[in-house]
Design a protein around this ligand. Structure first.
Ligand SMILES: [Zn+2]
Length: 311
């Protein structure tokens, strides 16, 4: 199989040398799940020797989203509808060698739907292949998971990522900002690219302002940093803030300082671990259960007490 556009991930590339009938592609946002799913789907229908060739009529149909043997199933699908679609799986493909069924955000499939899928994945028709894409594979029934080949997206080498960001499309971005993106990415290209978009830069600036205010014990500035009009924006900020502190915590181990905030690193591992734990808790349990103003107050008070309670 040809993996143009998928950097690193040698484990996955090796696994895919052996054909299988069901895959779960999982990894965090920005880790390349969809890039891989597209390569795999195209390869399953491509008629050239080196798959996917990107040139044959099957590949062309895939690229334009018009391949009759590829079915993209919405994850809010009702089980009756899903069963209807799955009936096709037992027929021979129309054009290609396989019939491919793709489920994006598979963790959102209802339990009845997952059970319906389990039946067919257990005894798959010869030509059918199922691809499940998810950020959270644990939300998929264990019985279904165990019948799929798990493809876990791997973070790539820092050097490879630095090289990638030398591409002309990133030419207008400063080296300093690129270094921050690499530090922030956790080794995932999509995260680094996302970080370099203007919107994300603004969000990162807010996290930085929050963390600086926390490190310097400035409550008024802390409150200003968590003032958002929309609840979704606050939720996104809170997730990003957790990432922000995780990156700084990780940097204490790796010793990398480029693009990072010295005041925040100076808080030391004990405080940073404590902040990350509290934020993780808030994000897990509370982000959907409390109103916006309580949510922002919690972020401030929890972080402040995690950081300064014992000093
Ligand atoms: Zn092809």
């Amino acid at each position: 199989m040809k993996f143009d556009g998928l950097i690193g991930n040698s484990g996955i590339k090796k696994t895919l040398e052996r054909p299988f009938h069901a895959y779960i592609i999982h990894g965090p946002k920005g880790s390349g799940k969809h890039t891989l799913a597209n390569i795999l789907t195209a390869a399953l229908v491509c008629e050239s020797d080196e798959k996917p060739c990107g040139k044959c009529s099957q590949c062309k149909k895939f690229q334009t989203g018009n391949h009759i043997d590829i079915t993209y199933c919405p994850t809010d699908i009702k089980v009756k509808e899903l069963r209807e679609k799955l009936k096709d799986a037992s027929y021979l493909p129309n054009d290609a060698e396989h019939r491919v069924f793709v489920f994006d955000q598979a963790e959102k499939l209802s339990t009845v739907c997952q059970n319906a899928l389990l039946k067919i994945v257990e005894e798959p028709p010869k030509h059918a292949v199922f691809i499940f894409i998810t950020e959270n594979s644990k939300a998929i029934l264990q019985t279904l998971r165990s019948r799929c080949e798990a493809l876990s997206m791997e973070p790539i080498d820092e050097k490879e990522l630095v090289n990638y960001l030398q591409k002309p499309e990133f030419a207008r971005i400063s080296e300093e900002k690129k270094a921050a993106a690499v530090a922030f990415s956790g080794g995932y290209i999509g995260v680094a690219k996302d970080f370099l978009s203007d919107e994300k830069t603004e969000l990162y600036r807010r996290c930085d302002a929050f963390a600086t205010a926390l490190a310097k014990k400035k409550p008024a500035e802390l409150l200003r940093a968590v003032t958002f009009k929309k609840r979704e924006d606050l939720a996104e900020f809170s997730t990003e803030l957790y990432e922000y502190f995780t990156v700084h915590l990780r940097s204490l181990k790796t010793g990398s300082t480029t693009g990072l905030n010295a005041d925040v690193r100076a808080l030391g591992p004990r405080r940073l671990v404590s902040i990350c734990t509290r934020l993780d808790d808030i994000n897990e349990k509370l982000r959907f259960n409390v109103n916006t103003s309580l949510f922002s107050t919690l972020i401030v008070s929890e972080c402040y007490s995690a950081c300064w309670r014992y000093s």
